[in-house]
Design a protein around this ligand. Structure first.
Ligand code: SF4
Length: 217
């Protein structure tokens, strides 16, 4: 664990992570734990083949951990939705290309102790490739994304992640004025898709890397 915390709290979280990795395995997904950014990058180097095609979904975690820089500097074909001067039409093309990427990287809004992945999306461009298309999907998440169950996941994402994300995107939504979600009907609403992933047909297509610190929201 890379954050300063009481040894007993650290023990509790490590036990939680062990349970999650074990439960992901039962769901045909693979879980990893890394303690810091450098271990994360080393693991990604092993999981992603050179010269392969990588797409990404919106994720503050990928920026905070240096993953976006790692992809840009590496020997990969990066479908870079963040490249300077990109037009909205080019971005749409990238969203479609993401379906045939070798690897799709993003984070997850929440992970339950039983290994379910919970995500909310606005236009579906982040959750859709998680569900189908890319050969492998790698989700990088801080320990702050761990929740007890789906009920807690929904509460966390609707009342915490989504309003903060709406603020980041400078959306004209009620939560940006109020600081909490009112399940609005705003045309600018960013919470349109609620997706729970409970398993996979293709073994280990989805890999979840838990990093031992707080990341994203
Ligand atoms: S449903 Fe509306 S108010 Fe609630 S978080 Fe989403 S955009 Fe904000």
């Amino acid at each position: 664990m890379n954050i300063r915390m009481d040894n007993n709290v650290s023990w509790y979280i490590e036990k939680q992570i062990d349970r999650i990795i074990n439960n992901l395995r039962k769901r045909n997904m693979e879980g990893f734990f890394v303690s810091d950014n450098s271990e994360l990058i080393s693991l990604l180097e092993k999981l992603i083949a050179e010269n392969s095609v990588i797409g990404v979904g919106d994720s503050m975690t990928l920026f905070e951990t240096g993953v976006i820089d790692f992809i840009r500097k590496g020997s990969y074909i990066f479908l870079d939705k963040y490249k300077r001067g990109i037009t909205s039409e080019e971005k749409k093309q990238i969203y479609i290309q993401n379906f045939s990427a070798d690897t799709f990287l993003c984070s997850t809004n929440a992970i339950t102790e039983s290994g379910e992945l919970y995500n909310i999306d606005g236009n579906g461009s982040r959750v859709a490739p998680m569900l189908y298309g890319p050969k492998q999907v790698i989700l990088v998440a801080g320990i702050n994304k761990i929740v007890k169950d789906i009920e807690e996941a929904e509460k966390r994402v609707r009342n915490y992640s989504a309003p903060i994300d709406a603020k980041r995107l400078d959306k004209d939504t009620p939560c940006v004025n109020l600081g909490y979600c009112i399940d609005c009907k705003s045309p600018n609403r960013i919470c349109n898709d609620f997706v729970v992933i409970r398993g996979q047909f293709i073994k280990n297509r989805i890999k979840v890397i838990i990093v031992g610190k707080q990341l994203g929201y």
